[in-house]
Design a protein around this ligand. Structure first.
Ligand code: 13P
Length: 247
Protein backbone atom coordinates (compact mmCIF):
# COMPACT_ATOMS: atom_id res chain seq x y z
CA UNK A 1 0.00 0.00 0.00
CA UNK A 2 2.71 2.50 0.91
CA UNK A 3 5.26 3.77 -1.59
CA UNK A 4 5.18 7.24 -3.02
CA UNK A 5 1.89 8.89 -3.93
CA UNK A 6 1.78 11.85 -6.33
CA UNK A 7 -1.52 13.72 -6.53
CA UNK A 8 -2.33 16.36 -9.16
CA UNK A 9 -5.04 18.78 -8.09
CA UNK A 10 -6.04 20.52 -11.30
CA UNK A 11 -8.49 22.81 -9.47
CA UNK A 12 -10.62 24.70 -12.05
CA UNK A 13 -8.37 23.90 -15.03
CA UNK A 14 -8.51 21.43 -17.94
CA UNK A 15 -11.92 20.62 -19.42
CA UNK A 16 -12.37 17.17 -21.07
CA UNK A 17 -10.48 18.06 -24.25
CA UNK A 18 -7.52 19.60 -22.43
CA UNK A 19 -7.52 16.67 -19.99
CA UNK A 20 -7.29 14.13 -22.84
CA UNK A 21 -4.51 16.09 -24.50
CA UNK A 22 -2.62 16.28 -21.19
CA UNK A 23 -2.85 12.52 -20.70
CA UNK A 24 -1.77 11.81 -24.29
CA UNK A 25 1.42 13.79 -23.72
CA UNK A 26 1.94 12.48 -20.18
CA UNK A 27 1.47 8.81 -21.11
CA UNK A 28 3.93 9.12 -24.00
CA UNK A 29 6.77 9.65 -21.54
CA UNK A 30 5.55 8.20 -18.23
CA UNK A 31 7.49 5.08 -17.28
CA UNK A 32 5.45 3.96 -14.26
CA UNK A 33 8.02 3.07 -11.66
CA UNK A 34 7.30 0.19 -9.25
CA UNK A 35 5.81 1.35 -5.97
CA UNK A 36 4.82 4.79 -7.27
CA UNK A 37 1.18 5.86 -7.62
CA UNK A 38 0.03 8.89 -9.57
CA UNK A 39 -3.50 10.17 -9.04
CA UNK A 40 -5.24 12.95 -10.97
CA UNK A 41 -7.97 15.14 -9.55
CA UNK A 42 -9.49 16.94 -12.54
CA UNK A 43 -12.67 19.04 -12.50
CA UNK A 44 -15.70 16.70 -12.22
CA UNK A 45 -16.66 17.26 -15.87
CA UNK A 46 -13.27 15.87 -16.98
CA UNK A 47 -13.10 12.92 -14.60
CA UNK A 48 -14.44 10.26 -16.97
CA UNK A 49 -12.16 11.49 -19.77
CA UNK A 50 -9.15 11.05 -17.47
CA UNK A 51 -10.35 7.64 -16.25
CA UNK A 52 -10.76 6.45 -19.85
CA UNK A 53 -7.26 7.64 -20.77
CA UNK A 54 -5.54 5.91 -17.85
CA UNK A 55 -7.57 2.70 -17.94
CA UNK A 56 -5.40 -0.37 -17.49
CA UNK A 57 -2.28 1.64 -16.60
CA UNK A 58 -0.81 0.31 -13.35
CA UNK A 59 -0.33 2.84 -10.60
CA UNK A 60 -2.48 5.53 -12.19
CA UNK A 61 -5.81 6.67 -10.74
CA UNK A 62 -8.18 9.60 -10.74
CA UNK A 63 -10.70 11.09 -8.36
CA UNK A 64 -12.87 14.11 -7.67
CA UNK A 65 -11.92 17.40 -6.04
CA UNK A 66 -14.97 17.32 -3.80
CA UNK A 67 -17.91 15.04 -3.02
CA UNK A 68 -21.16 15.10 -1.06
CA UNK A 69 -21.72 12.72 1.84
CA UNK A 70 -25.30 11.78 0.87
CA UNK A 71 -25.72 9.01 -1.69
CA UNK A 72 -28.30 10.87 -3.77
CA UNK A 73 -30.98 13.52 -3.57
CA UNK A 74 -31.87 17.14 -4.22
CA UNK A 75 -28.37 18.65 -3.86
CA UNK A 76 -27.93 20.79 -6.96
CA UNK A 77 -24.32 21.00 -8.08
CA UNK A 78 -23.06 18.09 -6.00
CA UNK A 79 -21.75 14.64 -6.90
CA UNK A 80 -21.97 11.57 -4.69
CA UNK A 81 -19.72 8.74 -3.57
CA UNK A 82 -21.75 6.03 -5.43
CA UNK A 83 -21.28 8.08 -8.61
CA UNK A 84 -17.52 8.05 -8.04
CA UNK A 85 -17.60 4.30 -7.45
CA UNK A 86 -19.55 3.78 -10.69
CA UNK A 87 -17.08 5.96 -12.61
CA UNK A 88 -14.13 3.97 -11.28
CA UNK A 89 -12.59 6.80 -9.25
CA UNK A 90 -10.04 6.19 -6.49
CA UNK A 91 -11.62 8.72 -4.15
CA UNK A 92 -11.83 12.46 -3.64
CA UNK A 93 -9.98 15.39 -2.15
CA UNK A 94 -11.73 16.41 1.06
CA UNK A 95 -11.50 19.68 2.97
CA UNK A 96 -9.12 21.44 0.61
CA UNK A 97 -8.23 24.87 2.00
CA UNK A 98 -9.95 26.54 -0.98
CA UNK A 99 -13.17 24.68 -0.06
CA UNK A 100 -12.74 25.67 3.57
CA UNK A 101 -11.75 29.31 3.07
CA UNK A 102 -13.46 30.37 -0.17
CA UNK A 103 -16.63 28.27 0.10
CA UNK A 104 -16.94 28.18 3.88
CA UNK A 105 -16.80 24.39 4.18
CA UNK A 106 -16.89 23.31 7.82
CA UNK A 107 -14.75 20.73 9.61
CA UNK A 108 -17.85 18.59 10.21
CA UNK A 109 -18.65 18.49 6.49
CA UNK A 110 -15.13 17.29 5.71
CA UNK A 111 -15.61 14.58 8.33
CA UNK A 112 -18.87 13.37 6.76
CA UNK A 113 -17.33 13.31 3.29
CA UNK A 114 -14.32 11.31 4.49
CA UNK A 115 -16.54 8.78 6.25
CA UNK A 116 -18.80 8.33 3.20
CA UNK A 117 -15.78 7.70 0.96
CA UNK A 118 -14.15 5.25 3.37
CA UNK A 119 -17.35 3.30 3.91
CA UNK A 120 -17.62 2.86 0.13
CA UNK A 121 -14.03 1.61 -0.09
CA UNK A 122 -12.69 4.83 -1.64
CA UNK A 123 -9.87 7.05 -0.42
CA UNK A 124 -10.28 10.54 0.99
CA UNK A 125 -7.26 12.78 0.43
CA UNK A 126 -7.98 14.71 3.59
CA UNK A 127 -6.44 18.19 3.58
CA UNK A 128 -5.30 20.04 6.67
CA UNK A 129 -3.19 23.13 7.17
CA UNK A 130 -2.84 26.37 9.03
CA UNK A 131 -2.98 29.98 7.82
CA UNK A 132 0.06 32.26 8.06
CA UNK A 133 -1.20 34.13 11.11
CA UNK A 134 -1.91 30.83 12.84
CA UNK A 135 1.63 29.59 12.14
CA UNK A 136 3.11 32.86 13.34
CA UNK A 137 1.08 32.61 16.54
CA UNK A 138 2.50 29.12 17.13
CA UNK A 139 -0.93 27.55 16.61
CA UNK A 140 -0.09 25.18 13.72
CA UNK A 141 -0.71 21.93 15.57
CA UNK A 142 -3.79 23.28 17.36
CA UNK A 143 -5.38 24.03 13.97
CA UNK A 144 -4.35 20.76 12.31
CA UNK A 145 -5.52 18.73 15.31
CA UNK A 146 -8.89 20.51 15.23
CA UNK A 147 -9.23 19.68 11.53
CA UNK A 148 -8.38 16.00 12.20
CA UNK A 149 -10.79 15.79 15.13
CA UNK A 150 -13.76 15.04 12.84
CA UNK A 151 -12.11 11.72 11.96
CA UNK A 152 -11.66 10.82 15.62
CA UNK A 153 -14.60 8.45 15.92
CA UNK A 154 -13.69 6.32 12.89
CA UNK A 155 -12.45 2.80 13.64
CA UNK A 156 -8.76 2.05 12.93
CA UNK A 157 -9.78 -0.13 9.95
CA UNK A 158 -11.14 2.98 8.20
CA UNK A 159 -8.66 5.48 9.65
CA UNK A 160 -5.70 3.58 8.24
CA UNK A 161 -7.02 4.19 4.71
CA UNK A 162 -7.14 7.99 5.04
CA UNK A 163 -4.50 9.82 3.02
CA UNK A 164 -3.67 13.08 4.78
CA UNK A 165 -2.37 16.07 2.83
CA UNK A 166 -0.66 18.68 4.94
CA UNK A 167 -1.01 21.91 2.96
CA UNK A 168 -0.08 25.04 4.90
CA UNK A 169 -2.41 27.72 3.52
CA UNK A 170 0.45 30.22 3.27
CA UNK A 171 2.28 27.89 0.90
CA UNK A 172 -0.57 27.29 -1.56
CA UNK A 173 -0.05 29.06 -4.87
CA UNK A 174 2.35 31.52 -3.27
CA UNK A 175 5.68 30.13 -4.45
CA UNK A 176 6.64 29.83 -0.80
CA UNK A 177 6.90 26.17 0.22
CA UNK A 178 7.41 24.80 3.70
CA UNK A 179 10.94 23.50 4.27
CA UNK A 180 11.19 19.71 4.46
CA UNK A 181 11.93 20.19 8.17
CA UNK A 182 8.79 22.32 8.77
CA UNK A 183 6.66 19.76 6.98
CA UNK A 184 8.30 16.80 8.73
CA UNK A 185 7.45 18.18 12.15
CA UNK A 186 3.74 18.42 11.31
CA UNK A 187 3.76 15.08 9.45
CA UNK A 188 5.22 13.39 12.53
CA UNK A 189 2.49 14.87 14.72
CA UNK A 190 -0.20 13.74 12.24
CA UNK A 191 1.22 10.21 12.23
CA UNK A 192 1.22 10.05 16.00
CA UNK A 193 -2.39 11.36 16.09
CA UNK A 194 -3.38 8.35 13.95
CA UNK A 195 -1.17 6.01 15.99
CA UNK A 196 -3.01 7.18 19.11
CA UNK A 197 -6.19 5.89 17.48
CA UNK A 198 -4.92 2.42 16.72
CA UNK A 199 -3.27 2.91 13.31
CA UNK A 200 0.27 1.52 12.88
CA UNK A 201 2.68 4.48 12.89
CA UNK A 202 4.09 3.80 9.44
CA UNK A 203 0.70 2.96 7.88
CA UNK A 204 -0.59 6.53 7.57
CA UNK A 205 0.18 8.14 4.21
CA UNK A 206 0.96 11.83 4.70
CA UNK A 207 1.46 14.06 1.66
CA UNK A 208 2.86 17.57 1.54
CA UNK A 209 1.26 20.25 -0.63
CA UNK A 210 1.93 23.92 -1.29
CA UNK A 211 4.09 25.33 -4.10
CA UNK A 212 5.68 21.97 -4.94
CA UNK A 213 7.48 22.26 -8.28
CA UNK A 214 10.15 20.42 -10.30
CA UNK A 215 12.90 22.32 -8.49
CA UNK A 216 11.91 21.60 -4.89
CA UNK A 217 10.24 18.17 -5.26
CA UNK A 218 13.46 16.21 -4.86
CA UNK A 219 14.42 17.88 -1.61
CA UNK A 220 10.90 17.51 -0.18
CA UNK A 221 10.63 13.85 -1.19
CA UNK A 222 14.03 13.09 0.32
CA UNK A 223 12.45 13.79 3.74
CA UNK A 224 11.36 10.38 5.07
CA UNK A 225 8.25 11.86 6.74
CA UNK A 226 6.92 13.00 3.34
CA UNK A 227 5.19 10.09 1.57
CA UNK A 228 4.25 12.07 -1.51
CA UNK A 229 2.92 15.38 -2.74
CA UNK A 230 -0.34 17.12 -3.63
CA UNK A 231 0.40 19.59 -6.39
CA UNK A 232 -1.67 22.37 -7.94
CA UNK A 233 0.00 24.76 -10.41
CA UNK A 234 2.96 22.56 -11.33
CA UNK A 235 0.67 19.63 -12.19
CA UNK A 236 -1.07 21.49 -15.01
CA UNK A 237 1.70 21.08 -17.55
CA UNK A 238 2.61 17.51 -18.59
CA UNK A 239 6.37 18.23 -18.71
CA UNK A 240 6.48 19.76 -15.27
CA UNK A 241 4.24 17.03 -13.78
CA UNK A 242 6.37 14.32 -15.40
CA UNK A 243 9.47 15.77 -13.91
CA UNK A 244 7.87 15.78 -10.44
CA UNK A 245 6.47 12.23 -10.61
CA UNK A 246 9.77 10.93 -12.00
CA UNK A 247 11.74 12.58 -9.18
P1 13P B 1 0.00 24.84 -5.55
O1 13P B 1 0.84 23.63 -5.86
O2 13P B 1 -0.43 25.58 -6.78
O3 13P B 1 0.63 25.70 -4.50
O4 13P B 1 -1.37 24.28 -4.93
C1 13P B 1 -1.29 23.41 -3.86
C2 13P B 1 -2.63 22.84 -3.65
O5 13P B 1 -3.53 23.51 -3.20
C3 13P B 1 -2.84 21.44 -4.05
O6 13P B 1 -4.04 20.97 -3.53
Amino acid sequence: MKGRLFCANWKMHHGPRAARRFLELFLRSYNGAGDRRVWFFPPAVSLTAVLEMIQGRAGLGAGAQNVHWEAKGAFTGEISVPMLVEAGAVGAIVGHSERRHIFGEKDEEAGKKARALLEAGLTPVFCVGEKLEEREAGRTWEVVERQLQVLGDLPPSLLERVVVAYEPVWAIGTGRNATPGDAAEVHRAIRSWFAGRGVAVDATVVLYGGSVNPSNAKELLAEPEIDGVLVGGASLDPESWLSIVQT
